[in-house]
Design a protein around this ligand. Structure first.
Ligand code: SF4
Length: 715
């Protein structure tokens, strides 16, 4: 039996795994005891990874060779790789020469490896000359990126997982860590066992398993986080729990923010947030009095039309109390996907460039142009996720290339997305699995390799770069994502008569080296690292500049922030309620989120019977009082609807929800319908979700929409 060290492909915890194989088939998987993210532990998803790689199953669900169709009313047919990519290069060249570079777009994924991400970004921004390349990380992390950059000057989570053990207050906001980051949650549980003085506060409208275990649960009304953080800061000011020396020496903008938070008295804030005043006071005192307060936050803050403000308001609290840049303290955003961080590092989003450079910065554009040996990088802002598909719908973008993601299920307002995919002149889907809703729209399907078959790197939530290694060859004719992009780029360059930028990569290491060299002098400088170093010493955190012998586990210990003057900035953000208001017509707030044992659209976890034991079918959770008032029994079918869509689902009473709230797990789409025909979740929960997005981060408000719920008789 062969053993190959790699990384779990599911979430941003980034656990190390050891793949057991015979060189042709994956036989088993276990946690890597030497990996600092998990020390050998795996959650239910990670420990069942090998079951998704079973040969018989793989033959049924994998895209095994490229397929193409010449007309929408035809079935796709298998096609030779070379013919396929040559045809695509012809179509791209025609489109670009006729309609301009911005007539094409790419929608990529936080599931891609850093090397894949880098090549696609270079293909769009360097060769084609369009910034229309965005990632599904837009739905996941862009508010955290914007929050860090606004307040601290760089998109760099300042903490490490090891801070959990050094903290005396863990403040979890908008994260069901027990389900979404299970191994990290085990670490919190362990830390509490070892240190009974460690307190945990959870901010979440739902009483999730994470909230239930907390010392204090603040069940705020959906979307009122900014008011809560302002209210906590108000109390810290009132009770002299702020760090005046830190504020004076290392920050700016506090006077303006002070004026804003004056109004957020405990009584006023408690009323906005729908919580008891004493709980708010308790939370603020614990935060202000703790020696080391660590905030862990995720989609509850990010997936919001006020996502950037929520991030900034929480960081304000850390700055005001000096809870940053010291052991056990800091604002620590958790990444959802396994390589959302890697994508940010290589600039794989519409507004970013390589190595944390900004597209809107002319010096940064010139630096990247020089790195890629091209005359310039376009200064035209690229379309972000929702904008990208809206541009496809209107015909502004004619060709869309979707890589390793499933927007026909995961994007809000599915009608808009599906109309866009129908209207596009050409839809290319690069995927390992053909069981996703998006593949049904593909004119061209490019068969990609997947976990256990591909090699490269990923970066987890704590800035730790880990190797992903192939244990077995790619199935069928599937090719690696970076290979497909590289071969296509070489063909397109010829048709566009361009010799630059260079795409002569023959191994992911060559791509990674180019990415590494682009980080010289940047906040994420990794010029001291190499594949060989990672091989010998294991996963490492950035920055890791030339000459370093270890990465930095904690940022800003020197109190020097990444802003131009070295001072952190208080952001004077206003509180705004969620975009969609509760009305008599739509009286329920709809929240969405993860289940413990499923991942994204279930293309992989949906294949494992063991993972269904936790939740076998989709349902809508409601407060039992609401069900009683509407004569709905547990297990009844209900119609859930709003102006964007309708779903028929089973109603389930939940003690986790306050009255007026509802919850649907995000995983089910039309491909995973179970039971009777009536129980179908048409297009999944996102058919109901609001596409409104945050004005700065452009992240959509997937955590709050309004719906009506009515019992239906399906006899
Ligand atoms: Fe994989 Fe995340 Fe579970 Fe770790 S916590 S095993 S990375 S899914």
């Amino acid at each position: 039996m062969l053993e190959t060290k790699s990384t779990c492909c599911y979430c941003g915890v980034g656990c190390g795994v050891i793949i057991e194989s015979d060189g042709a088939q994956v036989i088993g998987v276990r946690g890597d005891p030497a990996h600092p993210a998990n020390f050998g532990k795996l959650c239910s998803k990670g420990s069942n990874l090998h079951l998704t790689a079973q040969p018989l199953l793989q033959q049924q669900v994998r895209a095994l060779y490229p397929e193409m169709r010449t007309a929408r009313n035809q079935e796709r047919q298998p096609v030779d790789w070379d013919v396929c990519l040559e045809t695509l290069a012809d179509k791209f060249a025609d489109c670009i020469q006729t309609h301009g570079a911005d007539s094409v777009g790419f929608y990529i994924s936080g599931q891609l490896l850093t090397e894949d991400y880098y090549v696609f970004n270079k293909l769009a921004k360097g060769l084609i000359g369009t910034n229309n390349i965005d990632s599904n990380s837009r739905l996941c992390m862009s508010s955290a990126v914007a929050g860090y950059k606004q307040s601290l000057g760089a998109d760099a989570p300042p903490c490490s997982y090891a801070d959990i053990e050094l903290s005396d207050l863990i403040f979890i906001a908008g994260s069901n860590t027990a389900y979404a980051h299970p191994i990290l949650y085990r670490r919190i549980e362990q830390a509490r066992e070892n240190n009974p003085a460690l307190k945990v506060i959870v901010v979440d409208p739902r009483r999730t398993d994470t909230a239930r275990d907390a010392d204090l649960h603040l069940a705020i009304l959906p979307g009122t986080d900014v008011a809560l953080f302002h209210g906590m800061l108000h109390l810290c000011l009132w009770e002299d729990l702020i760090d005046t020396q830190f504020i004076a020496e290392h920050t700016e903008g506090f006077a303006e923010l002070k004026q804003t938070v004056r109004d957020f008295t405990p009584a006023f804030t408690a009323q906005i947030c729908g919580i008891a005043e004493k709980d708010l006071v308790q939370a603020a005192r614990w935060f202000g009095q703790s020696k080391a307060a660590l905030s862990l936050y995720c989609q509850g803050l990010n997936q919001s039309s006020a996502g950037t403000a929520k991030n900034s308001a929480l960081i304000n609290l850390h700055l005001a109390t000096g809870q940053i840049g010291k052991p056990g303290a800091g604002p620590f955003s958790l990444t959802g996907q396994p390589n959302a961080m890697g994508g940010r590092e290589v600039g794989g989003m519409a507004n970013l460039l390589s190595a944390h450079r900004d597209l809107s910065n002319s010096e940064h554009r010139a630096e990247v142009a020089a790195l890629w040996n091209i005359p310039s990088v376009s200064d035209q802002p690229g379309k972000t996720a929702v904008e990208l598909f809206e541009a496809v719908r209107t015909g502004e973008i004619k060709i869309i290339w979707i890589v390793c993601t499933n927007p026909a299920q995961s994007m809000p307002d599915q009608n808009l997305i599906r109309t866009a995919l129908e209207k596009a002149e050409l839809v290319i889907v690069q995927e390992a699995y053909h069981n996703t809703a998006t593949v049904a729209y593909a004119d061209v399907l490019l068969a990609a390799s997947t976990w256990s078959e591909k090699s490269g790197t990923v970066t987890n939530s704590e800035r730790r770069i880990s190797r992903v290694r192939a244990a077995i060859p790619a199935l069928g004719e599937a090719r690696h994502d970076w290979q497909i992009a590289t071969l296509f780029a070489q063909k397109l360059a010829k048709k566009l008569n361009k010799t630059k930028p260079d795409f002569t990569y023959d191994h992911p290491e060559a791509i990674w080296n180019e990415h590494r060299d682009s980080t010289a002098g940047r906040d994420l400088d990794i010029t001291g690292l190499s594949y060989a170093w990672l091989e010998e010493n294991g996963p490492q955190q950035w920055p890791f500049p030339t000459g370093a012998t270890a990465g930095k586990n904690r940022l800003y210990q020197d109190r020097l922030f990444a802003t131009t003057n070295g001072k952190a900035r208080f952001i004077n953000c206003s509180y705004a309620a969620p975009a969609e208001k509760i009305t008599p017509r739509h009286p329920f707030a709809l929240n969405t989120g993860r289940l413990r044992d499923q991942w994204h659209g279930m293309s992989r976890t949906g294949l494992v019977a063991q993972l269904y034991a936790h939740a076998p079918e989709p349902c809508i959770e409601m407060a039992s009082q609401d069900m009683l008032r509407r004569f709905i029994n547990d297990g009844d079918f209900v119609e859930v609807s709003n102006q964007r869509g309708t779903q028929i689902l089973i109603a389930k009473a939940s003690e986790q929800l306050k009255t007026g709230q509802s919850f649907i797990a995000m995983h089910w789409g039309e491909e995973f319908v179970s039971g009777s025909q009536a129980n179908h979740a048409l297009f999944g929960v996102n058919s109901l979700c609001n596409p409104r997005f945050d004005p700065i981060s452009k992240q959509p408000e997937l955590k709050h929409s309004t719906v009506k719920i009515a019992k239906v008789d399906l006899v």
